[in-house]
Design a binder for this molecule. Structure first.
Ligand code: CP3
Length: 353
């Protein structure tokens, strides 16, 4: 065990070791709800921030200065590696990300490149080095991340967010061989990118499969997603750092999600943690799962919902507190501060560490 593995609450929880208080970090902890972030966005586009190592590190550190969080997550977006594969990505204010040349034919799948991350994602790898240098003295890990192949494939095919995933599922069901080629290319690129984030200093990795569960039932997940996620997580065993497997909408087949791999299972806000543990077994650490919209409530109701999450976790080693999906841009900063401090206070048991 390295020194930071001994002292970081997050890394200890990833191994189900006892902690002095439950670790907490929040998906989308850097972003528009913070005035410091909005001030930078007045001057720079989203891609400017991501493609400058110094600015990406600065945004990563903004919530670390404001709150007593137990981990940072490198500032970027899961869609950025698609640029290196040949897709034209833009972030439109109010509209979200758009791909100007979405995949329309199977031939376009064959044209997609699979360049190594040091050629296409170098600013993010350098941003991880910079943020890690700042946080290592405090024994706070930087989390690296990437999207899982289904979530990226659906964006590459739809070109924007989708309610029914019609184009994605049409390709998946009608052209299984082309689907396999696309998923394999995405696994190649994401596995390489995640391994290089770990080599650049990321002390944990999170894979976001935000959409597979919203789009697919168990049978389709097993046939069209699980085989590729399994290869991805298998390759990440070489990273030497814990891997968090996060998905949404997958409660009815969470055991299939967990079987794909990952050291920690990240769960959304739709399921009680106790039920999730029952499905996958107590040997898995779990990350989750406050509804991020609870942070839009008054403290009394927010506290009530936080207490329910802590009650479900029941003080077990191997609980990482998080929201069950990213923070909303209208989140009051004061609620984030109270949440982080309250989780630490409520879960604090200094005798066990
Ligand atoms: O968690 C973090 O703080 C790390 C950074 C991060 C972002 N997006 C920054 C971001 C991470 C891990 C993501 C993941 C991501 N991005 C996912 C998977 C998780 C999820 O939320 O479902 C998906 C599907 C995307 C794609 C994406 N990026 C969408 C749909 C949007 C538009 C929605 C929105 O909130 O604007 C984005 C934009 C985005 N990604 C912003 C940020 C901070 C807002 C950019 C801005 O306008 O400043």
């Amino acid at each position: 065990m390295t020194n930071s593995e001994l002292t970081s609450r997050l890394l200890r929880a990833c191994r189900r070791l006892p902690v002095d208080a439950t670790p907490i970090w929040l998906m989308r902890q850097a972003g528009r709800y913070m005035a410091e972030y909005r001030a930078l966005r007045e001057k720079y586009s989203m891609l400017d921030l991501i493609q400058s190592p110094e600015l990406a590190a600065e945004v990563t550190l903004q919530p670390m200065k404001a709150f007593d969080l137990d981990a940072a997550i490198i500032f970027s977006d899961i869609l950025v590696p698609l640029i290196g594969m040949g897709l034209k990505l833009d972030f439109h204010p109010g509209q979200g990300p758009v791909i100007h040349n979405p995949i329309k034919t199977t031939y376009e799948i064959d044209l997609l490149g699979t360049p190594p991350a040091e050629e296409t994602m170098a600013p993010t790898l350098e941003g991880i080095r910079l943020a890690t240098a700042e946080l290592t003295p405090r024994a706070i890990p930087v989390i690296g991340f990437a999207g899982a192949p289904f979530t990226l494939a659906s964006y590459a095919i739809e070109g924007c967010g989708s309610k029914d995933y019609a184009k994605t599922k049409a390709l998946m069901y009608r052209e299984p061989a082309a689907w396999k080629r696309l998923m394999e290319k995405l696994v190649t690129v994401q596995a390489d990118y995640l391994l290089k984030q770990a080599q650049s200093g990321a002390a944990a990795l999170q894979v976001f499969d935000s959409w597979a569960g919203l789009a697919l039932g168990q049978e389709a997940y097993r046939r069209y997603v699980a085989p590729y996620n399994t290869v991805l997580f298998d390759q990440l065993n070489q990273a030497g750092v814990p891997v968090i497997n996060f998905s949404t909408g997958t409660f009815s087949y969470l055991e299939d999600v967990a079987a794909c791999g990952g050291d920690v299972i990240g769960v959304d806000f739709r399921m009680p943690l106790g039920a999730a543990w029952q499905k996958i077994g107590l040997e898995f650490p779990i990350q989750g799962n406050l509804d991020p919209m609870a942070l839009l409530a008054d403290w009394r109701d927010l506290k009530y919902q936080v207490d329910r999450v802590l009650e479900e976790a029941d003080g077990r080693p191997g609980h990482i507190f998080n929201v069950g999906h990213g923070l909303h841009q209208s989140t009051p900063v004061e609620n984030v501060r109270r949440l982080v401090d309250y989780v630490h206070e409520q879960s604090s048991h200094s005798d066990t560490f």
